[in-house]
Design a protein around this ligand. Structure first.
Ligand SMILES: [Zn+2]
Length: 220
């Protein structure tokens, strides 16, 4: 309501007025200044925060474009660039407010020329996990997915992360990893989109990574 100080969080919305009613109001406010500041100002800022959140729910994804590639990512993510990144190699982390992370790495094709195709490149990554004492692969599901016209290798891996303690103690933490390996001959670069998640976040992360892959552009 215009002119109502309760709607605008303070005195500024009230025109200077010498009426007895106004003076009485001012005396009341001056008597309890902290209560005014706490109550009304907080109500004002809370209303602003609600508006910001509702805008985010309308626009849950936005586009990141750098070094000639681009993709959509959730607006709720914090985006971190490896400061050593350049056009030829680098990585970006998308950190979700829900706790999962999705990474995008890229590098020069000449470094992965030894692999016949994106599937062989993905096999190499899986073999590295198999060779590690810190993880045990339980299941691998592979799909061929198209990204920007390339045939890419999508893998959904279920594994146990193993933490070894003293003697024979070990603890297992279930984890799911989704990844996409893609070779772009057009720009002589490879791209890997990689996302680990714990089972409670896995479904949501799967939806997000799928949307990121569908929106991914590596060349024009
Ligand atoms: Zn490409």
């Amino acid at each position: 309501m215009a002119g109502d100080p309760e709607s605008f969080g303070g005195f500024r919305a009230v025109k200077p007025d010498d009426s007895p009613r106004f003076k009485l109001k001012m005396m009341k406010y001056q008597a309890i200044p902290s209560a005014v500041a706490r109550g009304e100002c907080n109500r004002y800022y809370r209303a602003l925060k609600r508006t910001a959140r509702s805008l985010l729910s309308i626009l849950p994804f936005e586009r990141l474009a750098v070094y000639g590639f681009s993709m959509d990512y959730p607006t709720s993510c914090k985006v971190e660039f490896n400061p050593k990144s350049d056009r030829n190699q680098g990585d970006i982390a998308f950190k979700s407010s829900d706790g999962y992370k999705i990474f995008l790495s890229w590098g020069e094709m000449k470094k992965v020329e030894k692999f016949r195709d994106a599937d062989a490149h993905a096999d190499y990554s899986l073999d590295r996990i198999r060779g590690s004492r810190e993880a045990k692969i339980l299941d691998v599901k592979r799909e061929r997915r198209r990204a920007n016209g390339h045939l890419a290798s999508f893998n959904h891996v279920k594994l146990d992360l193993i933490k070894r303690g003293i003697f024979f103690n070990q603890t297992k933490t279930p984890q799911e990893v989704r990844s996409l390996h893609l070779h772009c001959e057009n720009t002589s670069r490879y791209f890997v989109i990689y996302g680990p998640a714990t089972p409670p976040q896995s479904e949501k992360q799967g939806e997000v990574i799928t949307k990121m892959i569908q929106s991914f552009i590596c060349h024009n």
